[in-house]
Design a protein around this ligand. Structure first.
Ligand code: CUA
Length: 322
């Protein structure tokens, strides 16, 4: 597989970890293996040693054997408890990191469908069953499914994320090794499930930039999103100049939104999606629930484009605040 120069290169059967999360996962696994292995070895040695030393007929002192020792019992109860609680804290910390996406992460839209992975880079570069990413840069995948439940699995990154119809899931990673890594669908999703394989290609940032500008393109996702914003009639109400009282959308993604029922939430990709398909679910404070649902009119790829357009309005700070 790969020549190992990661933090832990020992897990040959998996291939060396190729992402920051993967290196952490390997370290945790190694630590667990060492602790459990040490305890198992110590017990094994004691069993053998006692069975030889106290075998029938051996001449050892058997008078007055201890029946209990509270110090010993306390020690062998509390020590493993402390060790395994620290493992729990360590693992919980690592797990929590998986859900904290760095703000500068490169967003890439992923669509799972029977039976392929379609990937959209922001500038409109598209790929199927291949994902090119730059080395060392945090990458945020926004995953959607057009049909069944799929699962995005890159063993070398030690990451696996279900892709569920009707909502977005998010997965982020920071590639730490150059090269090509296998990509699988890890959820049985129909007759062609086994064909849903591909590769992740980690490149030097300069090579990646060159790659991104080459090859087949169509208008960038954000441009397509803006077209949809106009053609679907969103702009009729949400535009600045509109006479209809509707929230401004520019720069919405990532902002805190206050809702009519008193709740507040951060407008993420799922919030945008739900607001388009289920507009009465989270009504913004100060507005009437008059927006019609666009369920059935916008497909997954259109939703991805609309999300990317919204993201782009937040990037250039001229986008204004609503
Ligand atoms: Cu998609 Cu299995």
């Amino acid at each position: 597989m790969n020549d190992g120069n990661g933090v832990v290169a020992g897990f040959g059967w998996l291939g060396a970890a190729a992402s920051s999360a993967g290196e952490r996962a390997d370290l945790l696994l190694l630590a667990l293996l060492v602790v459990c292995g040490t305890v198992a070895l110590a017990l094994g040695v004691l069993v053998v040693w006692f069975s030889i030393r106290y075998r029938r007929g051996s001449k050892v002192d058997r008078t007055d054997p201890p029946s209990n020792d509270w110090r010993l019992e306390t020690a062998w109860t509390l020590t493993p408890l402390a060790i395994f609680l620290s493992f729990f804290a360590w693992a919980a910390w690592d797990y929590a990191q998986l859900s904290i996406v760095p703000p500068d992460a490169l967003p890439i839209q992923v669509l799972g469908k029977q039976w392929m992975w379609k990937l959209d880079h922001r500038n409109g570069r598209r790929e199927i069953n291949e994902l090119h990413v730059p080395l060392g840069r945090a990458v945020k995948l926004v995953l959607a499914s057009e049909d069944a439940i799929h699962s995005f699995f890159v063993p070398a990154f030690r990451l696996k994320q279900d892709v569920v119809p009707g909502r977005y899931t998010v997965l982020w990673f920071r590639p730490t090794r150059l090269g090509e890594f296998r990509l699988f669908c890890a959820e049985f999703c129909g007759a062609g499930h086994s064909k849903m394989i591909g590769r992740v290609v980690v490149m030097q940032p300069a090579d990646y930039a060159r790659w991104l500008e080459s090859g087949p393109r169509r208008p960038g996702l954000a441009e397509r999103g803006f077209e949809l914003y106009r053609s679907l009639g969103c702009s009729g109400c949400h535009d600045e100049r509109s006479t209809v009282h509707a929230p401004r959308l520019q720069g919405l993604l990532g902002r805190v939104v206050h809702l009519q029922d008193g709740r507040s939430l951060v407008a993420d990709e799922n919030y945008v999606r739900d607001s388009i398909l289920l507009p009465r679910k989270d009504v913004v404070a100060g507005f009437d629930p008059v927006m019609p649902s666009f369920a059935g009119q916008v497909g997954e790829e259109d939703l991805q484009a609309l999300v990317e357009w919204l993201r782009s309005t937040g990037d250039d700070r001229t986008g204004g605040r609503g």
